[in-house]
Structures are given as structure tokens and as C-alpha cells.
Design a protein around this ligand. Structure first.
Ligand code: GDP
Ligand code: MG
Length: 298
């Protein structure tokens, strides 16, 4: 289904989907907060701001938080430098990681512990640093890599990982080591969509499920974006001769190259869209970021 004349209008499905889910998710996160020392908010490094959720901070109160920008290996390196400059000017602790990198995950844990210790000292000047248990909870949008991070930390397949959003159901503690415990069920937050283009960014990174977003619109957005940023990987993968092509031409070329054709050589659009979405999400069409840090956009 396509949005009709007004591209800024939220799609009905999207519009109806997230407000109820948001309230429930935030309520559940708030209930679990009492059990933990720190919240690890997982975001997608390709969409550093819009994959966060301002409503979350309202629930956290004084509870410390560490923002982990995951999938940094899929993000544009130069853009990450710009984001780093901007984030360093803010006061919130953060870390860019590829969660499959064990050293990066170790760093995340030691940073979390430091934040918790500092918080304990700030709250109680007489506090003496102890090796007390560090209890953590992971929250974030669908598909940001929460389950994968839990598995990486637990070092076993304790939490279910899926390539689809919203797969985790059960809840228990995971003992990471004798000093660290992790709630095995992450808090899944629906995206908060402040601007219409955020829906496209979040659909591109699969934080909004495809049955709620619009595959055609998302795939076409991705193609336009990759042409605009002149992604060399995109050009080479689909043997495009230039970035100066119309979207329809790109679609026809992908369809011909990959055999996604219907009768008379016409492109099988659904298959092309699915292919573009899948390969983009695996990082096969190039590293990218959506949006720029606030100061730079002024
Ligand atoms: N390239 C890359 N892929 C990742 C990373 N973290 C997670 N993924 C992939 O992202 C997809 C969603 O991960 P999952 O943990 O199920 O996300 P969840 O919905 O937040 O629990 C899976 O296909 C993971 O393999 C990362 O740091 N880099
Ligand atoms: Mg999950």
C-alpha cells in the first residue's frame, strides 16, 4: 500500500502500531528498572539519533544509562567521526561497537561498571568501591542487535537471535560471570517517529517491521540514497555504469542481473525490493549513515 498524495502523512499502519506499544514497552521497562544498576540502550550506529527514544529517558530517572551504538561496522566511517565529535560535546556516556568484536564488548562492560561505581559514589559520599554484582538490562528498538549482544555477553546462545524484529519472549537472568548479571529479555521499544524521514531510515535498518512499513517505499528510498551518496559497493554489486541513473533503470538492471524477471523481461518488482532490502541490511550495498549530527544540519 502506498501513501497517497501527502508524503509527510504517517502511514495508517505505522500510526496505529506504535503509540500503544510504546506505552506498554515503557511501562515494562520501568517495572524492571528496580532490578538493575544500569541500562544499556542499544542503538543502530547508522541512525544514531533516530534509533534512540527520548521517551526512554523520562522513565529512567536517576538510573545510569550507557548508549551502545551497535553495527558500527555497517556505518560510514567519516559520518561516525562527525557523530563522535558531536557526542563528545554531550554529557551522555556512549560507545560505538560491532558487537561481534569481543574486545569492544569487554570495553562496554568495563565502561558500564565505571558508570555504576561513579553513580554509587555520587549518591553516597561514604561509598567504598566494592566488587558488588553489576546488574544490567538491555533496551532498544527492534533489530538493533539486543539479542546478539546478550548472546555475546553470555558467551553462549542463551537468548534467541532472529533476523526478524520482536522475537524475544521469555525472561530470566543471565549470569555473565560471577560479577555480572544481565536480564535476558531486552526491553523492546517501538520507534518514536519525530519526522517523516525517520520512518524511512528506521524501515531501512529494519527497526520497523516490513509488514508495517512499505517494502516498495523503503527499497526505493534505499536505492535513491545509495545513488546520492555514490556508494561504490552498490555500483559494483549491481554492475551499474554510473550514479546518474533513474530509479526505474536501476531496478531494471538489478532485475536483469539477478534474474528477477516476469514475462517479456519486465522486472519482478517485489523480488527486486526484497533483494535490495536484504542486501542493504547485511551491509552488502555499502556502509552508510542516515542523518547528520544536529549542529551540522543547521
Ligand atoms: N553487521 C552486524 N550485524 C549485527 C550486529 N549486531 C547484530 N547484528 C545482526 O542484526 C540482526 C538482528 O539482531 P538481533 O540480535 O536479533 O536484534 P534484536 O531484535 O535487537 O534482538 C541479526 O541478523 C544480527 O546478526 C553488528 O554489530 N554488526
Ligand atoms: Mg531480540
Amino acid at each position: 500500500m502506498k501513501r497517497e498524495n501527502d508524503p509527510s502523512a504517517p502511514r495508517d499502519a505505522l500510526h496505529n502500531w506504535y503509540p500503544g506499544h510504546m506505552a506498554k514497552a515503557l511501562r515494562e521497562i520501568k517495572q524492571k528498572l528496580k532490578m538493575v544498576d544500569i541500562v544499556l540502550e542499544i542503538r543502530d550506529a547508522r541512525v544514531p539519533m533516530a534509533s534512540g527514544n527520548r521517551n526512554l529517558n523520562d522513565q529512567l530517572g536517576q538510573k545510569p544509562k550507557l548508549v551502545i551504538f551497535n553495527k558500527a561496522n555497517l556505518a560510514d566511517t567519516q559520518m561516525l567521526e562527525q557523530w563522535t565529535k558531536w557526542l563528545d560535546e554531550q554529557n551522555d556516556p556512549y560507545l560505538f561497537v560491532n558487537c561481534f568484536d569481543k574486545a569492544a564488548m569487554k570495553k562496554a562492560i568495563s565502561q558500564a561498571r565505571k558508570i555504576v561505581e561513579k553513580n554509587r559514589m555520587d549518591c553516597n559520599p561514604d561509598y567504598v568501591e566494592t566488587k558488588s554484582k553489576l546488574k544490567m538490562m538491555i533496551v532498544g528498538l527492534p533489530n538493533t542487535g539486543k539479542s546478539t549482544i546478550i548472546n555475546q555477553l553470555a558467551n553462549k546462545n542463551a537468548a534467541k537471535v532472529a533476523d526478524k524484529p520482536g522475537q524475544t519472549v521469555l525472561q530470566q537472568w543471565i549470569v555473565v560471570d560471577k560479577d555480572i548479571e544481565l536480564l535476558d529479555t531486552p526491553g523492546v521499544m517501538p520507534p518514536r517517529i519525530d519526522r517523516p524521514e525517520h520512518a524511512l531510515w528506521l524501515s531501512a535498518i529494519h527497526a520497523i517491521p516490513d509488514d508495517i512499513a512499505d517494502e516498495e517505499e523503503t527499497a526505493i528510498f534505499i536505492i535513491k540514497h545509495l545513488l546520492k551518496i555514490k556508494s561504490q559497493s552498490f555500483l559494483e554489486r549491481f554492475k551499474l555504469e554510473s550514479f546518474d541513473l533513474a530509479v526505474d533503470d536501476v531496478i531494471q538492471k538489478i532485475a536483469t542481473l539477478r534474474g528477477c524477471l516476469k514475462q517479456k523481461g519486465l522486472p519482478d518488482l517485489d523480488r527486486v525490493y526484497k533483494l535490495v532490502l536484504a542486501e542493504f541490511r547485511k551491509g552488502e550495498l555499502g556502509k552508510t549513515c542516515f542523518g547528520v549530527p544536529p549542529k551540522l544540519s543547521r
